[in-house]
Design a binder for this molecule. Structure first.
Ligand SMILES: *[C@@H]1O[C@H](CO)[C@@H](O)[C@H](O)[C@H]1NC(C)=O
Ligand SMILES: *[C@@H]1O[C@H](CO)[C@@H](O)[C@H](O)[C@H]1NC(C)=O
Ligand SMILES: *[C@@H]1O[C@H](CO)[C@@H](O)[C@H](O)[C@H]1NC(C)=O
Ligand SMILES: *[C@@H]1O[C@H](CO)[C@@H](O)[C@H](O)[C@H]1NC(C)=O
Ligand SMILES: *[C@@H]1O[C@H](CO)[C@@H](O)[C@H](O)[C@H]1NC(C)=O
Ligand SMILES: *[C@@H]1O[C@H](CO)[C@@H](O)[C@H](O)[C@H]1NC(C)=O
Ligand SMILES: *[C@@H]1O[C@H](CO)[C@@H](O)[C@H](O)[C@H]1NC(C)=O
Ligand SMILES: *[C@@H]1O[C@H](CO)[C@@H](O)[C@H](O)[C@H]1NC(C)=O
Ligand SMILES: *[C@@H]1O[C@H](CO)[C@@H](O)[C@H](O)[C@H]1NC(C)=O
Ligand SMILES: *[C@@H]1O[C@H](CO)[C@@H](O)[C@H](O)[C@H]1NC(C)=O
Ligand SMILES: *[C@@H]1O[C@H](CO)[C@@H](O)[C@H](O)[C@H]1NC(C)=O
Ligand SMILES: *[C@@H]1O[C@H](CO)[C@@H](O)[C@H](O)[C@H]1NC(C)=O
Length: 565
């Protein structure tokens, strides 16, 4: 947890309490620094600031699916590498750094036990471009409900892949250094090579169900990257570089090998390679469907007849194409042809993405693309035309993948309220809460009662500011977060407007909807609510609905709970 409280910094002032810039020249030129970020008064969140180079206008808006944007910015110019959730307009929704998460790679919304979960890779990076770690599953209250790694001795889940199957199993990548005579490939006789593995793991038990190792099936001669100065124990030769895995309706696997420039379709029963797409020995012919150093190979359509690929076009030491591309390729299994269906070209200066990147095909056919090492993301229509594009840095800022997914968050924390000493402005936010429509300001002079002072819309912004009425000053203030139906979602602490002291709300005030059970208010005008996020993902209707109204006394606060910290 970060305990620091950021000052109201220049950027926040510049962009007037928003986390996004619109086609801002100063941003694009680097005048705001290589990794601009935003700060808030009520939260220690420091999300990378976006610059919508191709803004979302009303026409475009109607062509977009709903859903929030999931990226894990990283790189030396990133102020706080962490998983983040943003609005499509670049407005912060959740800063995972505030909740203690650090640099992530595989990061997405998945479904586990029929409920949406946030899957976040955490762990150690290896200089060779892979990692050893684990994947945390967070439910809609941002509480850990799963923690998955491989069950292979000495190996842990790599950075590149984490997918949950319909059977609540996980697909993980792993890298294993093993000794091998590399002289046939131009390396040392007593050499070391990286075996590219994936494993399907039962999430609940952690037991490995299926393990596949590239060295059992793919000869290093089939790939494109020579040992060079690698092949040592300290830096093994990464001949294969597995970076995506998925399982299809037949129970077979589709994997991506960056260094073989190929996708492999693998028999789920025995691990045999059923076909190859791309590389030196492609099963498919088809000029124009080539790709190089790719990421994120995925099937589309019910019969596997379409495949999406993020074509990097380069790695750090070699450039194969003019630009990175998002690709959709049609596969014809009758005559074994591969045909380019759609290509999406990045809006940033035509160039490659030397690492990372992904293509997510939306239900309406739009392509959500994260440009990997280039700090850009955005969507293209099914024909490949850009709909919107934003940069989230100009220097060494990167993100492994970018997704748009529907997500509702009901954090198991309290909303935050900040009032500078003696100030007439208050600020409220609630990291990860997606359903707050209004912050109702409550004032209290003593332990007996709170008074409703105002309602301020919270829609479309992470932090909401409001005036503290000067006509009557209260010793303490509190905010109550209300959803679009005026149902209470949670209460902040009481905050002194003169000395920053806080006090906990009464036990009778439901602190957060994440604590799924309703509690009963001490007064007949209380604020009890029933919640059932488990079944519906939404709070259920309250047992005693209280619509916020100006200056109305709405709830009694139990004296016993006034324990100043
Ligand atoms: C909206 O954005 C799209 C994509 O950039 C552009 O083609 C279109 O002209 C814009 N429409 C308006 C009204 O600005
Ligand atoms: C998850 O498991 C890893 C071991 O694989 C452990 O180091 C880590 O502390 C666990 N984290 C949580 C939140 O359970
Ligand atoms: C990893 O490599 C070591 C050294 O060759 C070997 O003993 C071990 O069995 C390998 N692990 C797996 C899971 O293949
Ligand atoms: C789920 O399990 C069933 C029964 O074992 C199997 O037939 C099916 O292929 C599995 N599906 C996935 C996606 O793993
Ligand atoms: C090429 O692929 C075919 C199967 O499609 C396989 O039988 C053959 O061994 C491969 N050749 C090489 C050189 O890897
Ligand atoms: C392969 O078959 C499809 C129809 O099934 C056809 O459209 C395509 O032109 C064929 N490709 C070649 C190279 O023959
Ligand atoms: C595009 O290239 C121009 C000229 O080299 C440069 O000034 C500009 O910063 C580049 N823009 C981006 C987004 O990289
Ligand atoms: C995201 O932006 C849309 C408008 O683009 C707005 O309607 C919505 O409330 C915003 N959501 C959040 C959580 O800020
Ligand atoms: C909230 O902040 C915005 C942007 O700085 C400002 O325009 C507005 O007046 C503020 N509202 C209040 C009540 O302070
Ligand atoms: C801080 O302000 C509160 C509310 O006005 C007051 O009750 C409390 O005594 C003050 N504490 C200090 C240390 O001044
Ligand atoms: C939640 O509600 C159920 C049913 O009313 C009750 O049995 C349970 O003890 C409650 N749990 C908590 C933590 O209050
Ligand atoms: C999240 O998990 C925690 C711990 O198991 C549970 O108490 C809470 O109700 C869950 N929240 C949701 C929204 O499922």
């Amino acid at each position: 947890m970060h305990s620091r409280r950021q000052a109201f910094a220049t950027l926040a002032a510049l962009f007037a309490s928003t986390t996004s810039a619109q086609n801002d020249e100063a941003y694009a030129s680097g005048a705001l620094g290589p990794g601009p970020y935003t700060t808030f008064v009520s939260s220690p969140a420091t999300p990378p600031l976006w610059n919508h180079v191709l803004p979302i206008n009303e026409t475009i808006k109607s062509q977009l699916m709903s859903g929030l944007v999931f990226i894990g910015p990283r790189g030396t110019d990133t102020h706080q590498a962490a998983p983040y959730i943003y609005n499509q307009t670049g407005e912060l929704v959740w800063d995972g750094g505030v909740d203690g998460y650090t640099q992530t790679m595989a990061y997405s919304v998945q479904e586990y036990q029929n409920k949406p979960v946030l899957a976040i890779w955490q762990g150690q990076f290896n200089a060779g471009g892979y990692g050893f770690g684990y994947n945390l599953l967070l439910n809609q209250s941002y509480q850990v409900v799963g923690n998955v790694t491989t069950d292979l001795a000495g190996l842990a889940a790599d950075i590149h892949e984490f997918q949950i199957t319909a059977n609540d199993t996980a697909l993980l990548s792993a890298y294993n250094t093993t000794s091998m005579d590399l002289t046939p490939y131009g390396g040392p006789a007593e050499g070391y090579i990286l075996d590219g593995l994936f494993q399907e793991v039962d999430i609940a038990s952690g037991k490995g169900l299926f393990t596949w190792k590239s060295l059992d099936h793919v000869d290093p001669a089939e790939c494109y990257v020579n040992p060079g100065n690698t092949g040592t124990d300290a830096l093994a030769w990464d001949y294969f570089h597995i970076n995506s895995v998925e399982k299809d309706f037949r129970g077979n696997y589709l994997i991506s090998s960056r260094h073989c420039h190929a996708a492999y379709y693998i028999d789920g029963a025995n691990g045999e390679i059923l076909w190859r797409l791309g590389g030196k020995n492609s099963t498919f012919t088809g000029a124009g469907s080539e790709f190089y150093f790719q990421h994120d190979v995925r099937f589309h359509s019910s019969n596997n007849s379409q495949i999406s690929i993020f074509d990097n076009g380069a790695t750090s030491w070699e450039t194969s194409e003019a630009t990175a591309r998002g690709l959709l390729i049609n596969l014809d299994y009758s005559n074994l042809t591969a045909t380019l269906a759609t290509e999406a070209i990045p809006l940033y200066n035509l160039t490659v993405a030397k690492s990372q990147g992904n293509v997510q095909i939306q239900e309406n056919g739009n392509m959500m693309i994260g440009w990997g090492q280039m700090p850009w993301l955005g969507e293209h229509n099914p024909a490949g035309t850009p709909l919107w594009a934003a940069q989230f840095g100009v220097g060494d800022v990167q993100a492994y993948r970018a997704h748009r997914t529907v997500w509702r968050g009901y954090p198991n924390t309290m909303p935050s309220l900040a009032i500078a000493n003696g100030s007439s402005v208050g600020y409220a936010s609630w990291n990860g809460a997606t359903e707050v429509a209004t912050y109702e300001l409550l004032g209290s002079n003593d332990a007996s009662a709170v008074v409703s002072l105002s309602n301020t819309s919270a829609v479309g912004r992470f932090e909401t500011n409001f005036t503290i009425p000067s006509t009557t000053r209260y010793s303490y203030y509190q905010v109550r977060a209300l959803d679009a139906g005026s149902e209470p979602l949670g209460y902040s602490e009481f905050v002194s407007s003169t000395n920053g002291t806080t006090a906990q709300p009464a036990a009778s005030q439901t602190p957060a909807v994440g604590a799924a059970n309703a509690t009963t208010a001490s007064s007949s005008m209380g604020t009890a609510m029933a919640t059932d996020p488990a079944s519906t993902g939404r709070p259920a209707s309250s047992s005693s609905k209280v619509a916020g109204s100006m200056w109305a006394v709405i709830a009694l606060v139990a004296t016993a709970s006034w324990q100043l910290q």
